[in-house]
Design a protein around this ligand. Structure first.
Ligand SMILES: [Zn+2]
Length: 707
């Protein structure tokens, strides 16, 4: 899983001198048949073989084939019959009402019009070249295809397809993983030709796209890239509003108003229009099309260029979408540009859909709709959070292009980390992730838990949210706030992002860069947090309180340090501080203890420094298995508090139990570990001395009724 450094990937975590990456440019002409819900296209791909290898065949992704009967669940939809099931559950389980899905490949031809042989294995197509594609050369070939667009509501975890609105007899099309596209060929895996099983998303090459989309003339199209023929597809009024939006930095301008969208819903023309888009240096292309779309847009000036933040939504999204969507896009663009690197693309689009969120370059499809015009604060915040998250995916993995089919955590975890920072900064009342949020998951059943370093599709549906989103997020929060420190960590995180911008990083490239840029050995953290299912649970097993005997008049040089145990404790471990300190007699250091050194310690000064001070020896047990730095809070009898921090290296020679001794001026009343919940400690009840009493049933009841 972690490859040794080599000429392609250096030991520092940066791309190596010999790093290479393939490239694929696409020219696509697609048309939408609204009557039959069919999308068809002709595409020309130019594939650049920058690898040192000659390629006899290419692998092309045919992801729409996942929707074919028998392929659509790959075992992760619920597979069992229950006593009582609703019709939709039964349909998802059995596909009793079948419907067409999957590609028809019409042709694959080379530049001279000769047919190229191909073999389909489910969602992958092997294209066997007539002559091998030599290292350093490129190849242009064409594919003609079509597929029935499927009803989004007929699948779990669906990310694309159509939604039909019976009330006005209209459809919104969300079109993604729609055209046959090159699989990744790289130095670590060769061809990344794992099948598409839905959970593990995409591994894609960068390239330039020229896409022409023909749709009913009354449709509005939102897509990855720059719209190149505004004059052909927008009315004069819409063009004027667009011009206004390009300078509107404080609020969105309506390009298509709700009233106009309502009028459009009735039109249902037979004519068509072709929308032309160009996108440069992207790894994918998606679009949405409907006559129901309301459209608003505003300018977001970043440091070196201005981005158009835009939202497209049916009237069913009002009023919350016009209030909050484009603003959420703007907030994400601003915070991410600051925390990672400046957003490089010309547009960032949020399109409303019924449920879940899904990201593509420059465009995302986001769930969240009011019911009868009303939405709860919680649901509204959920919608905003989804939009911020999906816009954030432009960085991870659309630009910092990790392999989602292999490592879901690399894009979801890193994206959620900055997403949660955006929520905290721009929506402070939202429920953002902190180390405490991961405690219920990490204290769960280890028999079914998998480490973060688990291949995407091998994770359980019930766990991937915690394991691939929240746990890596909390891991990065711990590294940033409690291990490395914010300043150096933020530099290192940006270093990783910039090193792997428009490239394909592996986990080791992240791990190595975070060490390389901070002078921290983090192997212990990676091993525990990413490769195991251990959790943090530290137990403060004991705190011993000592004082040093004030005056030592006559020193017995034959005796070493001795303890005077107070008579009432009878050698048992004290439960609290009530029996007072144990008194230690401190003898003088015998001359031979200095060995050959002639210099001697200033004993009177040492005695003076210890006089009247409290010495506390604490014992901490590692119950959970993960080592972590230790934060100790001292609560003094006068009510004041003090914090001491021990680095993770304290566990170096004994990872099960440690002892550490402190001198304190004041008397301690209570000692707490991890008082600010920095480390996702799964059991806070064993973190204090005197020990916390187990809560009574009444306390538990009170705690419950508070929420
Ligand atoms: Zn995500």
């Amino acid at each position: 899983m972690i490859t040794a450094p080599n000429a392609f990937r250096s030991a520092s975590g940066a791309p190596g001198k010999a790093y290479w990456q393939q490239r694929a440019d696409y020219k696509i002409k697609a048309s939408l048949d609204e009557k039959n819900n069919i999308l068809s296209g002709d595409e020309t791909i130019t594939y650049f073989n920058n690898s040192p290898d000659d390629l006899r065949y290419l692998w092309i992704q045919l992801e729409q084939n996942v929707n074919k009967k028998g392929s659509e669940d790959f075992g992760f939809a619920q597979g069992t019959v229950r006593d009582s099931m609703n019709t939709r559950q039964m349909q998802l389980l059995t596909r009793a009402v079948d419907f067409p899905a999957g590609y028809s490949i019409k042709y694959i031809k080379d530049q001279n019009g000769n047919t190229i042989q191909s073999f389909v294995n489910n969602t992958m197509m092997k294209v066997v070249l007539n002559t091998p594609l030599k290292s350093g050369e490129s190849l242009t070939f064409s594919i003609g295809w079509s597929y029935p667009i499927t009803d989004r509501s007929m699948f779990l975890l669906t990310r694309e397809g159509y939604e039909y609105f019976p009330e006005d007899d209209n459809t919104a099309y969300l079109i993604a993983h729609w055209f046959p596209r090159l699989a990744v060929y790289n130095d670590t895996e060769g061809w990344q030709n794992k099948q598409f099983n839905r959970l593990g998303e995409f591994a894609l090459e960068f390239g330039d796209y020229d896409v022409e989309i023909t749709v009913p003339a009354d449709h509005i199209v939102a897509a990855t890239g720059d719209l190149r023929n505004e004059k052909d597809v927008l009315s004069r009024t819409q063009q004027q509003r667009m011009a206004k939006a390009r300078t509107s930095v404080d609020k969105p301008i309506m390009i298509v108003t709700p009233d106009e969208a309502k009028e459009n819903e009735k039109e249902k023309t037979n004519k068509t229009k072709t929308w032309k888009f160009r996108a440069e240096n992207v790894r994918d292309f998606a679009f949405a099309s409907s006559r129901k779309f309301i459209w608003d847009a505003q300018a977001v000036p970043l440091e070196t260029h201005t981005v158009m933040a835009m939202s497209f939504y049916p009237k069913e999204g009002l009023p919350v979408w016009s209030d909050a969507s484009t603003l959420a896009v703007k907030n994400a663009l601003e915070i991410y540009s600051e925390a990672v690197f400046e957003y490089p693309y010309p547009v960032a689009i949020s399109v409303n859909t019924s449920n879940i969120g899904m990201e593509f370059p420059m465009i995302s499809f986001n769930g969240g709709r009011p019911v009868d015009g009303k939405i709860s604060d919680r649901a509204k915040m959920g919608m905003i959070s989804t939009i911020v998250h999906e816009v954030g995916h432009n960085w991870f993995p659309m630009i910092i292009s990790s392999d989602e089919r292999q490592w879901m955590w690399m894009d979801e975890g890193l994206n959620t980390f900055i997403h949660q920072r955006t929520m905290k900064e721009r929506y402070p009342n939202s429920n953002y992730t902190t180390p405490k949020s991961i405690v219920p998951f990490m204290s769960g059943d280890k028999d079914i838990m998998r480490p973060i370093m688990t291949s995407s599709d091998n994770e359980l549906m019930s766990q991937f949210g915690n394991n691939f989103y929240r746990k890596p997020t909390v891991g990065l929060q711990i590294l940033r706030n409690s291990v490395v420190g914010q300043e150096l960590f933020d530099q290192a995180f940006k270093e990783y992002a910039n090193r792997w911008k428009y490239k394909h990083p592996n986990p080791a490239d992240l791990f190595r860069t975070l060490e390389d840029a901070t002078a921290n050995d983090l192997d212990w953290f990676y091993r525990g947090w990413f490769f195991t299912t251990d959790n943090v649970d530290m137990e403060l097993t004991n705190v011993k309180w000592f004082t040093v005997e004030d005056q030592v008049a006559i020193e017995d040089k034959n005796k070493k340090t001795k303890f005077k145990i107070p008579s009432d404790s009878k050698g048992e471990i004290a439960k609290d501080f009530s029996s007072g300190p144990e008194v230690i007699t401190m003898t003088s250091t015998p001359d031979q203890a200095y060995g050959q050194f002639l210099s001697r310690m200033d004993e009177p000064e040492l005695r003076k420094q210890l006089k009247g001070k409290n010495i506390y020896e604490i014992t901490i047990k590692n119950v959970g298995g993960l080592v972590m730095p230790v934060t100790i809070e001292w609560v003094y009898t006068d009510g004041t508090k003090e914090i001491d921090k021990l680095p993770e290296t304290i566990w170096r020679h004994n990872e099960y139990e440690i002892q550490k001794t402190f001198i304190k001026e004041k008397q301690v009343q209570k000692v707490n570990l991890d008082p600010n919940f920095e480390f996702a400690d799964t059991d806070a009840k064993n973190n204090s001395f005197p020990k916390m009493e187990a809560p009574s049933d009444f306390d538990k009841f009170k705690e419950k009724t508070k929420n």
